[in-house]
Design a protein around this ligand. Structure first.
Ligand code: AMP
Ligand code: ZN
Length: 112
């Protein structure tokens, strides 16, 4: 499958890995928008948030538990932002579901 994030999971493309287990991979975004900017992806290829279903829902809560653990380890005690871009209007450019985690600076709101 021609999916850049599956290639990162399979180590066909290098990445700066922060955390990995049998279910998920967390790695630094190549084009960071904040001092901390990493991506959390399931190893299972799920195209986007549109494809979250009763069959695959557990990985989503698992991802959020890991985000809570890792942001605590990184001492992001003032907070952080979790972003999921979905589809063309949502600005999704890689069609493998991913959650951006941004932190270590004050982020503006709303997004453009
Ligand atoms: P999105 O626009 O929400 O689909 O986000 C895709 C993100 O993947 C962007 O923030 C890119 O900078 C990031 N990205 C694309 N290719 C790579 C790569 N090889 N390694 C790390 N991050 C990447
Ligand atoms: Zn994929």
């Amino acid at each position: 499958m021609d999916c850049i994030f599956c290639k990162i999971i399979n180590k066909e493309i290098p990445s700066k890995i922060i955390y990995e287990d049998e279910k998920i991979l967390i790695f630094n975004d190549i084009n960071p928008e904040a001092p901390v900017h990493f991506l959390v992806i399931p190893k299972e290829h799920i195209e986007s948030a549109k494809k979250i279903s009763p069959e695959n829902k557990d990985i989503i809560s698992y991802i959020f538990i890991k985000i809570a653990e890792i942001t605590k380890k990184l001492n992001l005690k003032n907070g952080f932002r979790i972003v999921n871009n979905c589809g063309t209007d949502g600005g999704q450019t890689v069609n493998h579901i991913h959650f951006h985690v941004l932190g270590s600076r004050k982020l503006s709101w709303p997004p453009g």
